[in-house]
Design a protein around this ligand. Structure first.
Ligand code: NAI
Length: 370
């Protein structure tokens, strides 16, 4: 009897803005070269739809993700200091995508100062200073907070202050640290390092640290260590090979992710996934790079490697491996690479190719390997 035809995976695609449309086009071409059947549900978010829809994150985008359970997105610009709140943060909160996983793996020819880096940043994605609980300068709320702080003898909030709250919960700390340990076990990794600043923030970071120490007791097969965030940054720059899985609260995770991207050739090479219990959204670590948008010069590798993570998540591991192999081979050959890589290798972008041509070169390698 003939086997039933394989049904296509349903995936929501948010191209985003800035370099988003260029890098997601390249990503899509590479994924399609694997032959894995995907129905793309393309929806727009961000400033592009703000005028028309009155919101940067229309309900139909959320509905599409609810339906597919899987999305891949390009970066979305967030206005600085004022304007609408981050679409990225809103998506993470709406779908409770509590774990942000960012592997940092050296590739031959990536132009980095380091070789052999192989670590994974696991960032808590829902609370901390990213919770978006803020009180503006000269508001009654800040005055009320200042009174409470003075009354309880905790300190002083100076007149004319704005305040952002940093909630860290036992629940979210436990689930992210557990995720990091489970990830380590499932991926043959040997060590988890929990990062904090509990010497100063004894309550919030203290809770994260103590929770991590308690969770670690359930994983005697995985080595566990703790480090203070500033010392972690120095340690990463001095010897990144000393790290394996790093688990951090939200803000430190954001900053350390970019630092780690710098260890493997820059933001153009660092993929990522936001994972929750019912849904996952894949995206590069970098932002919308308005300085290079629309010029066909962005490096789409981070987005392409994010798609490989998505294929792993969908159970299409052979296709995911073929993409990683094609990226590795293309970078190692060093001919058909984007300007950021050429510049890192030789000091000049001379001889580089554009976003589209690089994507096509990777796609050709993927197709040739089928
Ligand atoms: P960015 O990551 O967009 O750019 C930082 C630097 O890296 C720029 O010089 C840029 O040209 C370069 N760069 C980034 N991606 C690159 C790539 N693929 N190839 C080559 N060079 C690349 O960070 P920035 O400028 O701080 O943020 C710009 C906007 O992106 C902001 O509105 C920010 O809020 C947003 N953003 C969005 C994210 C998301 O959608 N997940 C994540 C981070 C920032």
């Amino acid at each position: 009897m003939a086997s039933a035809p394989k049904t296509n995976h349903q995936v929501t695609l948010i191209p985003g803005d800035g370099i988003g449309p260029e890098i997601t086009d390249a990503m899509r071409e590479v994924v399609e070269a694997t032959g894995v059947g995907i129905d793309w549900h393309v929806v727009e978010a961000g400033a592009k739809v703000m005028d028309k829809e009155g919101t940067p994150l229309p309900e139909y985008v959320l509905d599409s993700i609810r339906e597919t359970g899987i999305a891949i997105k390009g970066p979305v610009t967030t206005p600085v200091g004022s304007g609408f709140r981050s679409v990225n943060v809103a998506l993470r909160k709406t779908f409770d995508l509590y774990s942000c996983v960012r592997p940092c793996l050296s590739m031959p020819g990536d132009g980095s100062r380091y070789e052999g880096v192989d670590l994974v940043v696991v960032r808590e994605n829902t609370e901390d200073l990213y919770a978006g609980i803020e009180y503006d300068v000269d508001t009654p709320e800040v005055r009320e907070l200042a009174e409470m702080v003075a009354r309880t003898g905790a300190g002083e909030i100076r007149e004319g202050s704005a305040v952002s709250l940093k909630p860290i919960s036992r629940f979210c700390s436990e689930r992210i640290v557990r995720y990091a340990f489970d990830y380590a076990r499932a991926n043959g990794r040997h060590k988890v390092c929990a990062v904090h600043k509990a010497n100063i923030m004894k309550c919030s970071d203290g809770l994260f640290l103590h929770t991590a120490q308690k969770v670690a007791e359930d994983y005697p097969d995985i080595e566990f260590e703790t480090r203070i965030v500033d010392a972690t940054c120095m340690g990463l720059v001095m010897d990144p090979h000393d790290f394996d899985v790093i688990v951090l609260p939200n803000l430190y995770g954001d900053i350390v992710s970019d630092l780690c991207a710098g260890l493997i050739g820059g933001l153009g090479l660092a993929p990522g996934a936001n994972i929750g219990a019912d849904c996952a959204i894949f995206e590069a670590t970098h932002g919308s790079a308005p300085d290079i948008a629309g010029k066909d010069i962005a490096n789409p590798t981070a987005e392409i490697l994010s798609a490989a993570m998505m294929l792993d998540h969908l159970g299409e591991t052979a296709a995911a491996d073929s993409i990683r192999e094609a990226v590795r081979a293309t970078l190692a050959e060093g001919e058909t690479v984007t300007g950021d890589i050429k510049r890192a290798l030789s000091g000049s972008p001379k001889g580089c190719v554009g976003t589209k041509a690089y994507g096509q070169a990777v796609a050709r390698r993927v197709a040739a390997g089928r």
